[in-house]
Design a binder for this molecule. Structure first.
Ligand code: GLU
Length: 474
C-alpha cells in the first residue's frame, strides 16, 4: 500500500497513516476499522484558578480513543505545547499499546496546557486538584472508567493530588486507589512503576537481541554489551533506560541530548552523574567528563549503533532522517519518528523498534498497580514467607542427599519473591511475548515491512475482535 510519505503531516495524521498501513494487511470490516481508527470522545475544559490573588484560566483535555475494554488508560501530560490533536494522537497510541501487550484497557490521554516550571509547588497543587475535579465530575476519572497516570511534566506528586481529590469527591468508593496509577508507594503505588517505562525499553531491546535473524537484519551483531548508544532526553524514561543499559547490560551511552545541549563521551557516560548534574544545574551544560555541544539536536545524527529518542514526538523527521547514522532506533518516547521519516529510514535499512511496543512498560506496570489496588493487597504478601519455607525444605532435601549447595547459591534459592521481583518478572514476560508476536507477524506476512506495521496490525486485530464479540449496540 502506498501512502503519502513525501511530506510531513501532523502527529495525529502520522499515527493514523500508520494505522492505515497496518489495516491494509488485515481482513476486517471497513466500518469497524474506521470506528477503531478515530477517537471516541474528547472533553475540553477551561477552568479558573486564583493564584496569589489573581485569577488565571487554564485549558485541558481528556480524550478516550477506545473503550472496547474498560477502564480507558493513559497518562496526563503537562506542557506549554499540548493541544487537542496531540492528546488524541497519544490516546490512540495508548489503545494500540495496551492491546498489543495484552493489558485489558481502552486507550485514553489527558493534557493540560501549562508550563510547570513557571509555577511553585502550591500553585501546581491547586491547579492539578482543580483539573482533577473537572475530570472527576464528568466521569473522566474512576477505577472502572478512566485511569490516569504520569506522562511528560507529571509524576508521582501530581498523581497523589489527583488520587486525593478523587477520594474526597467519591468518599464511598472502596476502589478509589485504583482510579489513578503511578502514585507514591505510601499511597497505594507499586514498586518499580517509576522505572517501568525505561526498564521496559531495555527488556524490549534485550528480547530483540535474542533473535539473531532480527539483529542481522538491523546490520548489527552480538548482544547489547559494548553497543554505542545515543539517548535523547534524560527525563524519567531516558534516565532509567540509559542507566539500566549501562549498568546491567554493559552498553556504552556515548551521548545524551537534552534541551540545553548534548554531552559526548565515546568511552561511555556515567549516567547517574549526568543525571545528578542535570537536576542540580537544570541542564547538562558544564558536566565535566564529556564534550559539550550547544546544538544538541545535531547529535541525533551522531555515529552509533542504537539511537533512543526518549523525549517527545516528531524528533526524527523529514529534516534529519536521511542523516541519522544509527542502525536501530528504539522509540522510548511516543511518536518520535514521523511517518515521513519512517519511509526515509526504511529505505536506508534503519530498523525501528516502535513506540507502541517499546514504551509499553509504563502502562504494563500501571496495570499491575491497578490490580494491586483493586485486590487491596501488596503482591507477594501472602506467599513470600511460605515460598521461603518451601525453598528451605528443598535445600535441606538436597543437602541431606549428600550434595552441598554453595552458600551464595543457597542464599539466592532461599529468597521468596518481593513485590519488585514480581513486577519485574511480569514486565519481562510481557515484553518478551509481545516482541515474539511482532516478529512472527513481521517475518511471516509478505506485505508487512516494519515492526511498527506488524505491531499495529496485531493491536488492531485484537481491538476489532473485542468490538466484534461485544457487538456495536448498547
Ligand atoms: N504515560 C505513559 C504512556 O504513555 C503511561 C500510561 C499509563 O501508565 O497509563 O504510556
Amino acid at each position: 500500500m502506498t501512502l503519502p510519505a513525501d511530506k510531513e503531516v501532523s502527529f495525529k495524521e502520522s499515527v493514523n497513516l500508520c494505522f492505515d498501513l497496518a489495516r491494509a494487511t488485515l481482513d476486517i470490516e471497513e466500518g469497524l476499522a474506521q470506528y477503531i481508527r478515530n477517537v471516541n470522545n474528547v472533553y475540553q475544559v477551561r477552568f479558573p484558578v486564583k493564584l496569589n490573588g489573581i485569577i488565571e484560566t487554564f485549558i485541558g483535555w481528556r480524550a478516550v480513543h477506545s473503550d472496547h475494554k474498560l477502564p480507558a488508560k493513559g497518562g496526563i501530560r503537562y506542557s506549554p505545547a499540548v493541544n487537542q490533536d496531540e492528546v488524541e494522537a497519544l490516546a490512540a497510541l495508548m489503545s494500540y499499546k495496551c492491546a498489543l501487550v495484552d493489558v485489558p484497557f481502552g486507550g485514553s490521554k489527558g493534557g493540560l496546557l501549562i508550563d510547570p516550571r513557571k509555577y511553585d509547588r502550591d500553585s501546581m497543587e491547586k491547579i492539578t486538584r482543580r483539573f482533577a475535579f473537572e475530570l472527576i465530575r464528568k466521569d473522566y476519572i474512576g477505577s472502572g472508567t478512566n485511569v490516569p497516570a504520569p506522562d511528560m511534566g507529571t509524576g508521582q506528586r501530581e498523581m497523589a493530588w489527583i488520587a486525593s481529590t478523587y477520594q474526597s469527591h467519591r468518599p464511598g468508593d472502596i476502589d478509589h486507589l485504583g482510579a489513578v496509577t503511578g502514585k507514591p508507594i505510601s499511597m497505594g503505588g507499586i514498586q518499580g512503576r517509576v522505572e517501568a517505562t525505561g526498564r521496559g525499553v531495555v527488556l524490549g531491546l534485550r528480547e530483540f537481541f535474542r533473535h539473531p535473524e532480527d539483529v542481522k537484519n538491523a546490520q548489527l551483531e552480538g548482544t547489547l554489551e559494548g553497543k554505542k548508544i545515543i539517548v535523547q532526553g534524560l527525563g524519567n524514561v531516558g534516565y532509567h533506560a540509559a542507566k539500566i543499559l549501562a549498568e546491567e547490560d554493559g552498553a556504552k551511552i556515548i551521548a545524551i541530548i537534552e534541551f540545553d545541549g548534548a554531552l559526548l563521551n565515546p568511552d561511555g557516560l556515567d549516567i547517574e552523574k549526568v543525571y545528578q548534574h542535570k537536576v542540580a544545574m537544570q541542564g547538562v551544560k558544564g558536566f565535566p567528563d564529556a564534550q559539550y555541544f550547544e546544538d544538541g539536536q545535531a547529535l541525533l545524527e551522531g555515529e552509533c549503533d542504537i539511537l533512543i529518542p526518549a523525549a517527545m514526538e516528531g524528533t526524527i523527521n523529514q529534516q534529519n532522517a536521511a542523516k541519522v547514522r544509527a542502525k536501530l532506533i528504539a522509540e522510548a518516547a511516543n511518536g518520535p519518528v514521523t511517518f515521513a521519516a519512517q519511509a526515509i529510514l526504511h529505505e536506508r535499512g534503519v530498523v525501528i523498534l516502535p513506540d507502541v511496543y517499546l514504551n509499553a512498560g509504563g502502562v504494563v506496570v500501571s496495570y499491575f498497580e491497578w490490580i494491586k489496588n483493586l485486590s487491596h493487597i501488596r503482591f507477594g504478601r501472602m506467599q513470600r514467607r511460605w515460598e521461603e519455607g518451601q525453598n528451605e525444605l528443598l535445600l535441606q532435601a538436597i543437602q541431606s542427599s549428600g550434595h552441598r549447595v554453595p552458600e551464595a547459591l543457597s542464599r539466592k534459592i532461599h529468597l521468596g519473591a518481593r513485590e519488585i521481583d514480581l513486577v519485574r518478572s511480569g514486565l519481562d514476560d510481557t515484553m518478551r511475548i509481545a516482541f515474539q508476536h511482532i516478529r512472527e507477524r513481521y517475518w511471516s506476512h509478505p506485505h508487512i515491512e516494519s515492526y511498527r506495521t506488524a505491531a499495529m496490525a496485531l493491536a488492531i486485530e485484537k481491538i476489532s475482535t473485542s468490538y466484534q464479540i461485544m457487538g456495536v449496540y448498547p
